[in-house]
Ligand binder design. Structure first.
Ligand SMILES: [Zn+2]
Length: 295
């Protein structure tokens, strides 16, 4: 089976042509700028032209920013990163243009699904995934399937409230998890404390300095507060933590140690893993969904 896969983000559209008979290699990965500011219609046209440049394929898999109805393949809601994207019938547009079945899923869901399922069969158990970046995205997977909720909007872990009357979040509420525990929140705090621009590399490099150590310690606990709630609610077999910041082993170790110490005894078997697929994960999730879709 040959699958054309797209990962439509605010900055780049990643794409590849994948043959399910062969192993995936990072060399297959291609990328073009999204030009999101030109609006949804342009972005979709641009994506179509990108796929037209590929060899023949049998199915299409799309991982995309925005909340997605995976049954109809429509964007239910998207922020203004891609103007006019809300309501776009992504699956219908691709299916009609190429006359090929098309699977569409939200990018965080696709990425976490790939971490769990790509290249493996019969995934069992409850797995909770989170991606820490500008915000915090999440996914709930039970026995290899995404849990959608009643309107395909489940697992917005970034908007759990972890601080009563806390700081304002972009969603309009106060005290959301992502306003404290995202990678962006760590950087914001660092800049406020040190009064100058600071990036993740500097924080990693200076992590043994007392001021940076204190900064990181506060952030670890912000991450852990949210995870304690999730572990106690879902009692998962595994937690998968993604986003570039979690590629630092010292961060994964610090979070895991603090989490396991805090959770109640009957939950302590939970395995905490870092995401391993990096920036190909959304595409691999799209491939997995296209490959396993019921036609
Ligand atoms: Zn919020």
């Amino acid at each position: 089976l040959k699958i054309a896969a797209l990962d439509i983000g605010g900055t780049n559209i990643k794409y590849c042509l994948y043959d399910t008979e062969k192993p995936f290699s990072a060399e297959l990965l291609r990328s073009v700028p999204t030009h999101a500011q030109r609006g949804a219609e342009y972005v979709i046209d641009h994506a179509i032209r990108t796929l037209e440049g590929l060899e023949k394929f049998d199915r299409i898999g799309v991982s995309t920013a925005g909340q997605v109805d995976p049954v109809s393949g429509t964007i239910i809601f998207a922020s203004d990163t891609i103007r006019g994207y809300t309501g776009t019938q992504v699956a219908r547009i691709f299916t009609e243009h190429f006359n090929k079945p098309t699977a569409v899923e939200n990018d965080v869901n696709a990425a976490i699904l790939a971490e769990v399922s790509f290249g493996t069969k019969n995934v069992e158990g409850c797995i909770i995934g989170l991606a820490y970046g500008t915000g915090i995205g999440g996914a709930i997977i039970q026995d290899g399937k995404l849990f959608a909720g009643s309107s395909n909007a489940a697992a917005e872990f970034g908007h759990m409230i972890t601080h009563a009357d806390g700081v304002r979040c972009i969603c309009g509420q106060n005290g959301c998890y992502e306003a404290y525990a995202s990678a962006a929140a760590l950087i914001r705090n660092a800049e406020r404390r040190f009064g100058k621009p600071v990036d993740g590399y500097e924080i990693a490099r200076q992590r043994h300095e007392p001021a940076f150590k204190a900064l990181l310690e506060d952030w670890y606990m912000e991450v852990v507060y949210g995870l304690i709630n999730l572990v106690h609610i879902f009692n998962p077999h595994e937690l998968i933590l993604g986003g570039g910041i979690m590629e630092n082993d010292f961060i994964m170790e610090a979070i895991t140690e603090r989490l396991i110490e805090k959770i109640l005894p009957s939950y302590k078997h939970v395995k905490v893993k870092g995401a391993r697929l990096g920036n190909a994960s959304g595409l691999l999730g799209a491939i997995h969904l296209a490959q396993t879709m019921v036609i």
